[in-house]
Write a protein that binds this ligand. Structure first.
Ligand SMILES: C[S@@+](CC[C@H](N)C(=O)[O-])C[C@H]1O[C@@H](n2cnc3c(N)ncnc32)[C@H](O)[C@@H]1O
Length: 310
C-alpha cells in the first residue's frame, strides 16, 4: 500500500472537533445527571437553563448514532424528568393563585426570582428568560400551535412580549383595580392576563385572529377571570372608549396603525391616557404630535416606551 499522503493526517484531524463535540456532550450530560439540586422543587430557573442545554446535548448525541444511543436515552429521560418537575411547579403556583393563597405581591416576588430584570429593561423580544417559561407554564401556553387565518399587508404576526418588559410596564405605569388596560393585538392573552394578575386592573385584549381570540377567551374562562375580556376584531375599527392604558407591541403597521392612532388621539381629547409601546411601533409613536414621552421613557426599539396623552 502506498504511504498516506501528507495531507491525510489533516483530513483525520478535520473529524476531531466533531468527536470532541460528542465527548463534551457526554461530559456535560454526566454533570447534569449528577446535579441533584436540579431536582429541588423550587429550582425552576436552573432546570430551565439545563433543559435548553440538554436539547443541544441530545442533538449532538443523536448524531453519534448507535454508538451513543445509551447516552441519548439517558438524556431524553432526564429531559422528561426535569420537564415534569417544571410543569408541576407551574401547576402548583397556578393552584395557589387561584385558591387565593398566592397574593399578587407574592406572585411578583416569585417572577422576580426568574428574571434578570431589576427596574429597567432593554430587551430584544427574542431574548426569553426562565420567567417567560414560568408564565407560559402557568397559562398552559406553548403546548399546541394555534394557526392564524387572517392576513393583511399591514398585519404583524404573533410574538410575545418578554415578561421582563411587562414587569417594567407595571412598575412605571400606575394601574389600579379601577382602571382598564387594553392590549391592542392581544394574541393568546398572555400579556393581558399577567397584567391583570399583578395589578388587579380590568383588562381588555383586542385580537383579529379568530383562533388566537378563541384560545385567549377559553383561557380566561378556564381561569375564572371575570375582569379579563377578549374582543375579536380589527383594532382599526375597535371601540377604544374603555381604556386608560393602551399597550402596543408592534401589532400592525400602515393603514391599521394610522386608524388606531386616529381613534386614540380622539379618545385623548376626552380623558388622560397612557400609551405604552414596545418594538418598532415606538418609532411611529414618536411621530404622533399628541403623544409626549414620559420622563426618560422615549422611543427605543428594544425598551418599553411610555407616552402621555390628553
Ligand atoms: C406582536 S403580537 C403581540 C401579542 C401580545 N400583545 C404581546 O405583547 O405579547 C401582535 C398581535 O397583534 C395581532 N394583530 C395584528 N393585526 C391586528 C389587528 N388589525 N387588530 C387586532 N389585532 C391584530 C396579531 O394577530 C398578534 O396576535
Amino acid at each position: 500500500m502506498a504511504p498516506a499522503p501528507e495531507w491525510w493526517g489533516n483530513r483525520v484531524d478535520a473529524n476531531v472537533p466533531e468527536l470532541r463535540g460528542m465527548d463534551k456532550a457526554r461530559q456535560d450530560l454526566a454533570q447534569l445527571l449528577a446535579a441533584s439540586e436540579l431536582l429541588e422543587p423550587g429550582a425552576f430557573s436552573p432546570r430551565t437553563v439545563a433543559l435548553d442545554e440538554l436539547d443541544y446535548i441530545h442533538e449532538v448525541l443523536r448524531s453519534g448514532g448507535l454508538r451513543l444511543r445509551v447516552e441519548a436515552r439517558a438524556c431524553r429521560e432526564l429531559v422528561d424528568r426535569l420537564d415534569a418537575l417544571n410543569r408541576q411547579y407551574c401547576a402548583e403556583l397556578l393552584g395557589r393563585l387561584q385558591a387565593g393563597s398566592l397574593t399578587p405581591a407574592e406572585l411578583r416576588a416569585e417572577l422576580n426570582r426568574h428574571t434578570g430584570y431589576t427596574g429597567s429593561s432593554t430587551s430584544l423580544h427574542l431574548e426569553h428568560e426562565p420567567v417567560d417559561r414560568l408564565v407560559d407554564g402557568m397559562l398552559g401556553l406553548g403546548e399546541s400551535a394555534v394557526e392564524p387565518t387572517f392576513y393583511d399587508r399591514d398585519y404583524v404576526h404573533l410574538e410575545d412580549t418578554p415578561v421582563r418588559v411587562l414587569l417594567d410596564l407595571i412598575d412605571h405605569v400606575p394601574l389600579s383595580a379601577g382602571q382598564c388596560f387594553v392590549d391592542l393585538g392581544s394574541g393568546l392573552g398572555r400579556a393581558a392576563i399577567l397584567v391583570h394578575w399583578l395589578t388587579g386592573a380590568t383588562v381588555e385584549g383586542i385580537e383579529v385572529q379568530p383562533a388566537y381570540h378563541a384560545r385567549a377567551e377559553a383561557l380566561a374562562a378556564s381561569l375564572g377571570l371575570e375582569r379579563v375580556h377578549f374582543v375579536l376584531g380589527d383594532a382599526a375599527q375597535a371601540d377604544l372608549s374603555q381604556g386608560d392604558v393602551f399597550y402596543l407591541f408592534t401589532p400592525f403597521k400602515g393603514r391599521i396603525l394610522r386608524a388606531v392612532w386616529a381613534t386614540l388621539a380622539q379618545q385623548a381629547r376626552l380623558r388622560p391616557l397612557t400609551v405604552c409601546t414596545y418594538g418598532a411601533v415606538s418609532l411611529a409613536a414618536a411621530q404622533q404630535p399628541w403623544l409626549r414621552p414620559a420622563e426618560g421613557r422615549g422611543p427605543h426599539e428594544f425598551a418599553l416606551a411610555i407616552w402621555r396623552a390628553g
